[in-house]
Design a protein around this ligand. Structure first.
Ligand code: GLA
Length: 391
């Protein structure tokens, strides 16, 4: 966690001392998805967990109705007027807090004025939900400052709406939900259609979750992501010949899918749908094996998930595949897969604590030889969702 005192100092340097008005501090984590990838917007199950690192937000009231936005991660900082907020590419990262303020205003809340400093510990574009973290911390912080209710599921939905409509990325609910609703040492089993959820204790014992960042910048991720969504919708339309009521692939059982998959005309679309239906089933299988604390079986499901994302859904890339392949060569690794949207970003692996050092050294070296990129590894703990931090 960032040094709070240093951040407060930075805040005062940029915004001034301002006497008795207190600075309050909020934090939202990043997230890692353990299994259930590209299932959320299909109304299926996901199994993410919140990280212990994320985005800090320091905020202090000001009187003139303006909102000051600054970040320790980016040079761009300014005071914005908050009437008529619209997306502006030149505003870069500020579009996220702008979108949240806009959405709160749409709900009839008059926001402002505030000085705000963000500080993010999640590498951007790494697939660990830095944007969801920024959205959720902004919504939670502003609602708290305004003395409004802070229902975290509602905050997740509001943040997803901002991402979908203001930013224009048609993501599902997983990231914002995990970032808002995370719980220390627990993963979240979430049914994305109904938003029913359960916090499941994640006890790895001697096995650690290790995140491997490929540091491969995700190119064209938004358009490829939206294309996958459209393909899933195509599959639903074809299957409606048999199931007129079907609205999401997640509503199909494995048996129904295997009997009627021939109705999906396009072979690529059929592969996408197969991934979704089988991946949802893998999440449920994961719950069964984790209940028995069978980590080996869970590791095998992680590997099957990666293979399906590589061969059927086709959202991995050379860097993700090389990293997973090399990680699986290390004795003491139970499973490994890409996590998040894909096309770059991170892997997540289940690794015996005695094997972590060897993994970091060996995979780091071979990965660099094969891709020319330098990987980063983090042994990760599971943390809480969004909350206020005592200054
Ligand atoms: C991104 C999206 C999520 C989800 C994952 C893939 O992280 O924001 O909604 O679709 O990709 O599982």
């Amino acid at each position: 966690m960032a040094d709070l005192q240093a951040l407060q100092q930075q805040f005062k340097e940029w915004y001034g001392e301002e006497g008795a008005v207190p600075i309050r501090i909020f934090h939202a984590p990043g997230r890692v998805n353990l299994i259930g990838e590209h299932t959320d917007y299909n109304g299926g199950y996901v199994f993410p967990a919140a990280l212990t690192f994320g985005t800090m937000m320091l905020i202090r009231k000001r009187d003139d109705g303006q909102v000051g936005l600054a970040s320790t991660n980016f040079p761009l900082r300014k005071h914005i007027s908050i009437s008529n907020l619209t997306f502006d590419p030149a505003d870069d990262w500020m579009n996220y807090p702008k979108g949240i303020i806009h959405e709160l205003q749409q709900r009839g809340l008059s926001v402002g004025g505030y000085d705000i400093l963000f500080s993010g510990a999640i590498p951007n574009g790494s697939g660990l939900s830095s944007s969801a973290s920024l959205e959720v911390v902004t919504a939670f912080g502003l609602l708290t400052m305004e003395g409004q209710p802070t229902d975290k599921v509602d905050i997740a939905l509001l943040s997803q709406k901002v991402e979908n409509e203001f930013i224009g990325v048609k993501c599902g609910i997983m990231d914002q939900f995990a970032v808002a609703m995370g719980k220390k040492d627990h993963a979240i089993l979430l049914m994305c259609d109904t938003l029913e959820y359960k916090h499941v204790p994640f006890q790895g014992g001697a096995y650690k979750l290790v995140i491997g960042n490929t540091n491969k910048k995700r190119g064209l991720v938004d358009s490829a992501y939206n294309e996958r969504r459209a393909q899933c919708e195509r599959a639903v339309r074809d299957l409606q010949a048999q199931f007129p009521e079907l609205s999401l692939l997640g509503q199909l059982t494995l048996e129904q899918f295997s009997t009627y998959q021939h109705l999906i005309k396009d072979e690529v679309v059929r592969k996408r749908a197969k991934h979704v239906v089988e991946e949802i089933d893998r999440v449920l299988q994961s719950m069964n094996v984790l209940e028995k604390n069978d980590l080996e079986a869970f590791g095998r499901l992680m590997v099957a998930s990666h293979e399906s994302l590589r061969d059927l859904y086709e959202v991995t890339c050379l860097e993700l595949d090389v990293m997973v392949e090399e990680i699986l060569k290390i004795p003491g690794v139970l499973g490994s897969r890409m996590t998040g949207a894909g096309f770059g970003g991170c892997t997540v692996s289940l690794v015996h604590e005695d094997a972590v050092a060897q993994l970091i050294e060996q995979v780091g070296r071979v990965y660099n030889e094969k891709t020319g990129l330098t990987a980063d590894f983090y042994v990760c703990d599971i943390g809480d969702g969004v909350k206020e931090i005592e200054a």
